[in-house]
Design a protein around this ligand. Structure first.
Ligand code: HEM
Length: 215
């Protein structure tokens, strides 16, 4: 008997293409620097990691790099057939039913060896929880943070836009609320990253691009 009949060969599934992985890890590094320098700028009296001026300079330049990197991600998905991963679900009822099932899985099933409710495919790799979160982070929070950051970077140049938004205080509040949201997102995101077949599975996947064996 041929070996393949004894041991069925599992195709390795290619989940994360190279541009997505490059974007992701540069983005993660960029966000860490933005969060630390953001804290330093906001709580200048509490933190002494670097001078206020250095923190502002670093925050501005890394911010611009993260915006440029966002466009790498956006343009890649715009022209890729994998954009389906970010498409909204057109049946909200079934989407939220699956959303609920996934939440129950993370809260209970995962710790009791239940089967994953979402079947991962390259064209549909996110479960409903991931999908909604990533859509919100990438299409709402990130652009809002970039825009408000840009407005505060050169207040004179963007005065018209700042007035339109309701003034500098509004712009600053939106930026800080997004900052708090990102900090919470990164904490939950890093934790959820450990909830794969093995704690290292999702991290390996984001490095090699290939799904780790699941069954
Ligand atoms: C230390 C920081 C971070 C770590 C360790 C980390 C880890 C991971 C891991 C393991 C995955 C693959 C599992 C999955 O698809 O859910 C992933 C995917 C993802 N992460 Fe992160 N992440 C970090 C920061 C960030 C930040 C700051 C953002 C956005 C602001 C982000 C957005 C995403 C998105 C959108 C995906 C899905 C990418 C795609 O396949 O299109 N991550 N992350």
């Amino acid at each position: 008997m041929n070996q393949e009949h004894i041991q069925p060969r599992h195709e390795r599934v290619y989940l994360h293409p190279l541009p997505v992985r490059i974007w992701h890890w540069l983005n993660a590094l960029g966000f860490l620097v933005l969060i630390v320098t953001g804290f330093q700028i906001r709580y200048v009296d509490l933190m002494g990691l670097m001078s206020f001026e250095t923190a502002v300079q670093l925050h501005n330049w890394v911010g611009l790099a993260v915006v440029a990197n966002w466009f790498l991600w956006f343009i890649y998905y715009l022209f890729s057939e994998r954009a389906t991963n970010y498409h909204p679900d057109l049946n909200p009822k079934s989407f939220f039913q699956r959303y609920f099932l996934q939440a129950v899985y993370y809260g209970w099933g995962y710790f009791h060896g239940a089967e994953r409710p979402h079947k991962v495919r390259p064209s549909d790799k996110f479960n409903p929880l991931q999908k909604l979160t990533y859509q919100f982070i990438m299409f709402i929070s990130a652009p809002l943070t970039f825009l408000t950051g840009l407005m505060m970077w050169d207040v004179q140049r963007f005065q018209g836009l700042i007035d339109l938004a309701g003034g500098l205080r509004v712009v600053n509040t939106v930026h800080v609320v997004m900052f708090i949201l990102f900090v919470m997102f990164v904490l939950v995101h890093v934790y959820m990253g450990f909830l794969g077949k093995k704690p290292s599975s999702h991290y390996k996947e984001m490095v090699t691009g290939y799904e780790e064996p699941h069954e």
